[in-house]
Design a protein around this ligand. Structure first.
Ligand code: SF4
Length: 218
């Protein structure tokens, strides 16, 4: 781990929030990567991108009053989206049904694709027998690329990820042509609240090392 790596997570003050870099650490990307930051600002001038960013800010006007579901609806409306895609995990089928109801009730057209679409198995990804959960049994495989292609084939304006497995969400995001937002992520142990692992570890209730390594600058 390089001591010069950009690590905003170890910045003690985070005064960039207030436009004050006087106490910024050496690794501060606002200072160290000024050219990159300039590029990002330039990219935000592109009209469609700028409108996306403005609409994010508009969802903040009801700060702390809207749930993520409601914020997603608001953002989609601000963006003028008509058709929403839902890429959901088969394990969250009940939630997918409720979310579909919400979006339709809010006036959107909805397309939803389950991770099991295509009925893939471990054979479709040449998974070695020893890596299967249960050897010599049919192991279903998620099809996140298929989900992306299905939703894109239906010309969805915005795709919403609902509980895809870690890595499957990566494949989905990489292959979706439509913009993507995450409503929920999969955590089989923590009822899909992955941050609980960090909170519990900090309180010594979970065996995950959250102590700060020595290399960390501050
Ligand atoms: S390192 Fe710089 S950009 Fe990162 S949080 Fe601190 S002040 Fe902000």
């Amino acid at each position: 781990m390089s001591e010069t790596a950009v690590l905003c997570s170890y910045c003690p003050h985070k005064r960039c929030y207030a436009g004050d870099l006087s106490q910024a650490p050496d690794f501060c990307p606002t200072l160290k990567k000024a050219d990159v930051v300039r590029s990002s600002k330039k990219m935000l001038k592109e009209p469609k991108t700028q409108k996306m960013a403005q609409d994010v800010a508009r969802t903040w006007k009801a700060y702390g009053k809207l749930t993520r579901v409601e914020e997603t609806v608001l953002y989609a409306k601000l963006q003028g989206h008509k058709k929403l895609g839902i890429a959901f995990c088969v394990g969250l089928s009940a939630e997918a049904e409720l979310l579909t109801n919400v979006f339709i009730n809010e006036g959107f057209d909805v397309v939803s694709a389950c991770c099991m679409c295509g009925s893939l198995t471990s054979e479709d990804v040449n998974l070695p027998e020893e890596d299967k959960v249960v050897s010599n049994a049919r192991q279903p495989m998620c099809n996140p690329i298929g989900q992306a292609l299905v939703l894109d084939s239906e010309n969805c304006d915005l795709n919403i990820v609902l509980g895809l497995c870690v890595g499957d969400d990566t494949l989905f995001i990489r292959h979706s042509k439509a913009p993507v937002t995450i409503l929920a992520v999969k955590d089989r142990v923590l009822s899909h609240h992955p941050l609980l692992a960090l909170y519990e570890a900090k309180e010594g209730k979970r065996d995950i090392n959250v102590s700060r390594p020595q290399i960390a600058a501050s």
